[in-house]
Design a protein around this ligand. Structure first.
Ligand code: SF4
Ligand code: SF4
Length: 204
């Protein structure tokens, strides 16, 4: 789906509108959900469960809070410009995706670093099919967090990535990231792009 770009807005106007929408989003989160998000790292640290179960709780909490972002974010189903950028995931998340898709991730021995310049309109995520995420239910946390509170996907267009004013206004929900990093605390996780773990997508 192509979301039309709204004409006539300056970067500053976009920034201000996004800032207002971000405030509205945070203001719409019920207090009990807010507490659930804030307490997530502590709950994860205390959980006596497999990493996959803990990750599921992190993803579920992310979904609960970002459900409240829907009226304010520019994002919509099928708008996949963001599915061409670097998608860093940890090995435990690759295992989670593999378990839910029946695929086999590559066993990487070390982190794989990527430069921003490696990504373009020609580098879709391996799981982007017909413009939509084919692993939506088990997509990585970073994808769930990649929300754009601008009025449209203007800054997400590939031709705008490198503009000096390019800025995707999105919420930083630090407890989600903190909880995610706790998942790999016992053994240092391998971090790489999703394409490194799944070079051929869902086929094993
Ligand atoms: S982050 Fe940008 S490209 Fe991705 S769904 Fe949202 S508006 Fe579209
Ligand atoms: S996993 Fe899905 S949402 Fe994430 S980049 Fe790939 S296609 Fe997009």
């Amino acid at each position: 789906m192509t979301i039309p770009i709204k004409a006539g807005y300056t970067p500053e106007q976009r920034r201000q509108l996004a800032s207002t929408k971000l405030d509205q989003f945070f203001g719409s989160v019920p207090p009990d959900l807010y507490q659930r998000v804030v307490s997530l790292p502590k709950r994860i640290a205390q959980m006596n469960a497999r990493t996959a179960i803990k990750l599921q709780e992190v993803l579920r909490t992310a979904d609960l809070i970002f459900k409240h972002a829907e009226p304010f974010a520019a994002c919509a189903r099928g708008c996949g410009h963001c599915c061409h950028v670097h998608v860093p995931i940890a090995d435990f998340e690759a295992q989670y995706i593999a378990h839910h898709t029946g695929s086999t991730p590559r066993a990487l021995k070390q982190n794989v670093h990527h430069e921003r310049s490696e990504f373009s309109a020609a580098t879709p995520c391996i799981f982007l099919k017909n413009g939509e995420c084919s692993i939506y239910e088990c997509r990585p946390l970073t994808c769930r967090m990649h929300l754009n509170f601008d009025i449209d996907p203007y800054w997400c267009l590939h031709e705008n990535w490198d503009q000096p004013q390019a800025a995707i206004p999105r919420p930083d929900i630090l407890p989600l990231m903190e909880a995610y990093h706790l998942l790999g605390s016992k053994t240092r996780p391998i971090v790489a792009d999703i394409r490194d773990f799944f070079p051929s997508g869902k086929t094993t």
